[in-house]
Design a protein around this ligand. Sequence first.
Ligand SMILES: Cc1cc2nc3c(=O)[nH]c(=O)nc-3n(C[C@H](O)[C@H](O)[C@H](O)COP(=O)(O)OP(=O)(O)OC[C@H]3O[C@@H](n4cnc5c(N)ncnc54)[C@H](O)[C@@H]3O)c2cc1C
Length: 402
Amino acid sequence: MPKFVVIGGGAIGLNAAYQLARMQAGKVTLLEKGQVGDGSSSRAGGIITGLLWSETGVLARMISLRLYQELSEDLEQYGYRFQNVGCLNLFDPASWAEREELLPLYDRLEFGYEILDAVQIRRRWPDLTPEADLIGLHDALGGYSEPHEYVPALARRCRDLGVEIRENARVSGLQIENGRVAGVQTAMGVLEADVVVCTVHAWTAAFMERCGVRLPIKSFVHQRYVSSKLQERAAIPAINANPYGGYIRPARLGTTDFRILAGGETEDREEERVDDPAFHMLVLSAPRRVRSLLSENLTPLVPKLAATRWETEQVGLISFSLDSEPVLGTLPQLPGLVVGAAFHSGGLAYSPVAGLLLAELAAGETPSVDISSFSPDRFTKEDTDAYLATTVVQADAFRRRH
Ligand SMILES: Cc1cc2nc3c(=O)[nH]c(=O)nc-3n(C[C@H](O)[C@H](O)[C@H](O)COP(=O)(O)OP(=O)(O)OC[C@H]3O[C@@H](n4cnc5c(N)ncnc54)[C@H](O)[C@@H]3O)c2cc1C
């Protein structure tokens, strides 16, 4: 029976393990250096949209949205449901011009969307008061995935499907035999595998460099907040509110506890280098001013925010590749390894399809989407070295939201 080792217990690794188990591909072991959900996945905003900027991205997200519906059914007994409230992507007239050019792509791929003006937006969601000149691109299939429900439910489902999840099991390197990956090295010794799937997110660049491969990936601190309890549910969808400097969505702590979640970048902050294999996201913090700035910026869009305060904060990392597209695939110099990383601020949205694609590659099947534009091998050595030699601030990295 083939043996698969998945490194990393976040949404991407769990979905890869889940898909391998569903395919009955072989024995699946997932190794997590700390606890499942220790990384960005449990800190995410969880906003999901299919309306991306590349053909591969849109095709992949179409599968993710379908899989989220299926996960809703499969994980219901574990307390998870995808919240299909729709996703509204907001644009000011200047940024709309660029997005409008993508509409023929959405039409060709038959991805449904609606273009709404401010009056239509107010009419549909009475709790929203957008500026008169804003344009909304609505993705009716989008919504959000509540991370504190999604990650534990996936882990429990994986275990029930026979995946062995080992926590406190850091992988220190790859075991190479006869020119191919034959397992992973851990403090407990070598764990043999026919294929290793690496999903260690912000740790990827340093991990791969120790294995002799440089990948042009950088990470940035990112934060999101959940408000105090609302009197009643906010009538809003998930919103990528770029003109307001952030994103916002309804949040639930239970079936009757309704809140608002919001987040955004810290423009002037330098990239975060994750060189220490033992790095933990708990050491990250966000400047206090982010909270008040988010309230100031977003309250004109969602006046209900004025009656709340931010009650909880989550700080994590988002990772971008040199061209801002994900890094997903195999590497010719390391046969037996499949990598999935750099999902910008959309790793939760990508997670079901990323898991499927990683599992298909690991099992030797043809991936459901042509992912050549995500290939880890697409960067030249010169571009990679030059990119890694620079230090970038968040404002100069790509702004690719969810
Ligand atoms: C504040 C915030 C808001 C976000 N909002 C959204 C959003 O609205 N929508 C969206 O789609 N995405 C969002 N994201 C992005 C999303 O969270 C990430 O893209 C996604 O979680 C990446 O998943 P992952 O499984 O690759 O990484 P992680 O969840 O970080 O998992 C990687 C795991 O690997 C483990 N690991 C590392 N090294 C090793 C090793 N050597 N051995 C074993 N285990 C190891 C880590 O401990 C970690 O648990 C947000 C991120 C942040 C920080």
